[in-house]
Design a protein around this ligand. Structure first.
Ligand code: SAM
Length: 382
């Protein structure tokens, strides 16, 4: 066990028993959802934002580092009886408070749709309670048994994953990603990507810094468990989502005032949203898009660079991605006059961006001449 993770676990085990003021960052949660949540949960608030504001009715939500359960209990009310919420935390004392309060919240809101699971968020396949059970039966007493346990853990990840592949609509997290040790950060973002279904999204509130955290601050366990030392830079945080394969990454909230400043480095809360689903084959269906502005040009996560106001050729996959959030309002969409069925569409080369001549969507033989259409409010255009 590395010292960073032990420091985090023991600090949050204590913070589950009594509120710790130094870990609190004021957040304006929607009060109507707090009414159903016991004070014991609300007063142990160690979040820095409110990702639950961005979930929707009916969704399956996974909260990483759920603590005493506040975000899960808010999200539970937002998704309603048709949705469900799963909280994951590695600290037994946090899970104990959250699980004990789940029936209390369910009783107040009239339905039970929240559960809490024990795991590390950088290894969402491994069910730590299943591992606890095995260790109770067969404690590790030799290197050979340790290696056998490692093999068993690998099997458990496949046979009984804590969170299955592509099983979640929205991954949320409130002030936890920074606590994961540096060498596991890449795996953490890959795990978020793995558990999301295609079309799903991550909405994450966390602490970021405006300059790199120097070595001597990174090795301070107190600052680490206090959400400071493990913070990514603003650009590093967004880049981590891009590198894991997300698209349409956007900043939903960026606190103007820093939460803390240490040796001149500002640490502030940010909430971002990132989408999964740009992977897949590209087919030519003669569709075109026009970027409407206001910027002179844009560059998407697949390298398509488009100037404002011009018609661009895009594959069917990109065309359909642009028609949804977060892009839809930025584009005009031009369907070809005669549609190409997907089954007979040829592969499309998405490695370059090319303009689409209007003749490609209308057809080379198009020569219609029409009267003025009735385009205005029941009246004439002229
Ligand atoms: C700063 S608190 C945030 C708690 C909660 N999200 C909230 O809004 O109050 C961090 C929580 O993440 C948990 N945690 C930290 N690192 C973790 C990891 N690698 N895997 C799972 N849980 C982790 C801690 O046990 C603690 O409950």
């Amino acid at each position: 066990m590395n010292s960073t993770e032990s420091a985090v676990r023991s600090r949050y085990a204590n913070a589950a028993k009594a509120p710790e003021a130094a870990l609190c960052c004021p957040v304006d949660y929607d009060k109507k959802y707090l009414e159903a949540i016991p004070a014991e949960v609300v007063e142990k608030d160690y979040g820095c934002g409110d990702p639950s504001r961005y979930v929707r009715e009916g969704e399956t939500v996974l909260d990483l580092g759920s603590g005493t359960g506040k975000i899960c209990f808010i999200a539970s009310q937002v998704v309603g009886a048709t949705g469900r919420v799963i909280g994951v935390d590695m600290t037994d004392d946090m899970l104990e408070v959250a699980r004990r309060n789940a029936p209390v919240v369910a009783e107040k809101i009239g339905f039970a749709n929240v559960e809490f699971r024990k795991g590390r968020i950088q290894d969402l396949a491994l069910d730590l309670e299943k591992l606890d059970a095995v260790l109770k039966e067969r404690p590790v007493a030799s290197a050979e048994e340790f290696l056998a346990l490692d093999v068993l853990a690998a099997e458990l990840r496949v046979t009984h994953p804590l969170v299955a592949d592509e099983s979640v609509d929205v991954v949320v997290s409130n002030c936890v990603l920074n606590l994961v040790e540096p060498r596991a950060k890449r795996q953490l973002f890959e795990e978020i990507f793995r558990v999301l279904r295609k079309g799903g999204r991550a909405v994450i509130s966390d602490i970021v810094c405006d300059e790199m955290v120097p070595e001597h601050l990174q090795s301070n366990p107190e600052l680490w468990s206090g959400c400071i030392s493990g913070a990514l830079t603003e650009e590093g945080f967004l880049a981590a989502f891009e590198q894991a394969g997300f698209y349409g990454v956007e900043v939903l909230k960026f606190d103007a005032a820093p939460w803390r400043t240490v040796e001149g480095i500002e640490f502030r809360s940010i909430t971002i949203q990132a989408y999964k689903g740009k992977q897949g084959p590209c087919f030519e269906r003669n569709q075109a898009v026009i970027y409407k502005g206001p910027f002179k040009e844009v560059l998407d996560d697949d390298g398509h660079r488009m100037e404002r106001g011009r018609r661009y050729a895009v594959c069917d996959k990109t065309y359909n991605l642009y028609r949804k959030a977060p892009y839809a309002a930025a584009f005009e969409f031009i369907e070809p006059l005669s549609s190409i069925p997907l089954e007979s569409a040829a592969p499309f080369d998405c490695t370059r961006t090319s303009l689409r001549h209007p003749r490609e969507t209308k057809g080379m033989e198009y020569s219609a001449t029409t009267d003025a259409s009735q385009c205005c409010d029941g009246g004439s255009c002229c």
